[in-house]
Design a protein around this ligand. Sequence first.
Ligand SMILES: [Zn+2]
Length: 69
Amino acid sequence: MARPQYESWVREILRCPVGGHPLLDVVDDHGAPALQCAEDCDGTGRRRRYPVTDGIPVLLADDAVVVTV
Ligand SMILES: [Zn+2]
């Protein structure tokens, strides 16, 4: 699957809605693109990962998965 491409200004304003962190482009366990908190979000080493559906980042806390890094 191709990585989503955003206009740079769009990419810069995307933030974790829970902690306000910058987001990193990652690939989830299923090989799908996702955006992940660049900083700890839910305790030490725990970060939220937001799905990217059809190229659209879904920055909803309810849809996020908490991963351990
Ligand atoms: Zn966060």
